[in-house]
Design a protein around this ligand. Structure first.
Ligand code: PLP
Length: 386
């Protein structure tokens, strides 16, 4: 345990895969809201939406805050007109939330394979999934990778599909500001910024934003504006199914603090990712994903283990006190979503991928310790083989 001692890692699993990063400012923000006695959606949510809007610098776009990215996806599908029985193409390699958002609308998620180089939705496979009923496609920006996104928009244009980007992993990516679709973000406990739980939709499609503002609050027409003025609706109308998925003042107040210190979070995450890229890229048996750390702020840092020893590495790191993860089990392997498709690239990913810690609470010596342990594993394994 020489390495562990160097880095004060004495107990099991001291280096967590992911972590929230809250401080006194967030505690003060929550306290401020509690003392105001107005904890439901109100002024904090309004200000957070305005600050996010400014952050992205997209003058023509609307921001709608909700209580998760799952909600953002579900409501975006509804607000863009997806209905019962419509088919939506979704990469099977994503968190189950992307699939559940589709079925929550009575629509059918059609699992699609991913490209082997980066885990991004395979456009070749997407073409095979098109039917008369296909209405939308949800590209997932897995690990913040979005370099092929234009191909999705082109495919959607050719086939008259709605594009809803699952950008849960992509907060802070500078390319986002240039895009024109419907983008859904997550502010859950371990994302690049966190509200405790939260999410938002960013879009320049005004009619989608208008609809989102009502359906996040049980479909009550105009309720968002009234709540932003500290009022409530008593006399109102409802014209469609709505849900109680808005973001409350407590969550928004936390999010505002996190947004204000995002530059620190960004620097820490990018520094950690760069250390991994510099130190792990040349190891035989590892292929880091092509995350562009100049534009993306890595929420997760997955590596592909090409020597077939992913599970052994996971166990080895666990013994060294380092938690890792396998993100994700492809959705077409889950009973609820299995449509009998063979999606080999996603399965290949599932068998060889391993996420290592990249969160902003990590100290530099802890990142170096993770690197040293991974190197040690490959050195030992290589010596065993040869
Ligand atoms: C790719 C992806 N989409 C959607 C979600 C759902 O986000 P939330 O937890 O905010 O609902 C997650 C959460 O981890 C995710 O990783």
């Amino acid at each position: 345990m020489e390495l562990a001692k160097k880095c004060n890692v004495s107990n099991m699993q001291q280096i967590r895969l992911s972590s929230s990063w809250f401080g006194e400012e967030e505690i003060a923000a929550v306290s401020r809201v509690l003392k105001s006695h107005i904890v439901s959606m109100g002024i904090e949510t309004k200000l957070f939406e305005e600050e996010l809007h400014k952050f992205w610098g997209r003058k023509d776009s609307g921001v709608t805050c909700v209580n998760s990215c799952s909600a953002a996806l579900q409501l975006s599908l509804q607000a863009s007109g997806i209905k019962r029985g419509d088919e939506v193409i979704v990469p099977t390699y994503t968190f189950v939330a992307t699939f559940q958002a589709v079925t929550a609308n009575g629509a059918i998620p059609i699992p699609c394979d991913v490209d082997l180089d980066d885990g991004f939705i395979s456009m070749d496979d997407a073409k095979k999934r098109l039917t008369q009923k296909t209405r939308a496609i949800i590209p997932v920006l897995f690990a913040g990778i979005d370099s092929k996104i234009e191909k999705v928009y082109q495919f959607a244009e050719e086939n008259k599909l709605i594009v809803i980007e699952d950008a849960a992993h992509c907060f802070g990516n500078q390319n986002i500001a240039k895009r024109d679709g419907i983008l859904c973000f997550s502010f859950d406990p371990i994302k690049n910024i966190s509200c405790g739980d939260g999410g938002c939709v960013l879009t320049s499609q005004n009619e989608v934003t208008e609809r989102l503002k009502d359906i996040r609050l049980l479909g009550v027409i105009g309720d968002t504006d009234r709540r932003f003025q500290g009022l409530r609706s008593f006399e109102f109308d409802v014209v469609e199914q709505g849900w109680r998925l808005h973001m409350n003042n407590i969550a928004a107040a936390i999010g505002r603090v996190q947004l204000a210190k995002f530059h620190i979070i960004q620097e820490k995450r990018q520094k950690n990712a760069n250390m991994y890229i510099e130190n792990l890229s040349d190891i035989e048996g590892i292929r880091p994903l092509p995350i562009n750390v100049k534009t993306a702020v890595p929420h997760i840092f997955p590596i592909i283990i090409t020597n077939g020893k992913r599970d052994e590495l996971k166990a080895f790191l666990s013994e060294k006190g380092i938690e890792t993860g396998v993100q994700y089990k492809p959705n077409h392997l889950l009973s609820y979503f299995n449509r009998g498709y063979d999606l080999p690239n996603a399965c290949n990913f599932y068998e060889s991928i391993l996420s290592i810690p990249v969160h902003p609470l990590l100290r530099e010596d802890e990142v170096l310790y993770v690197i040293d342990c991974i190197k040690e594993f490959f050195y030992v394994t290589k010596n065993q083989i040869f």
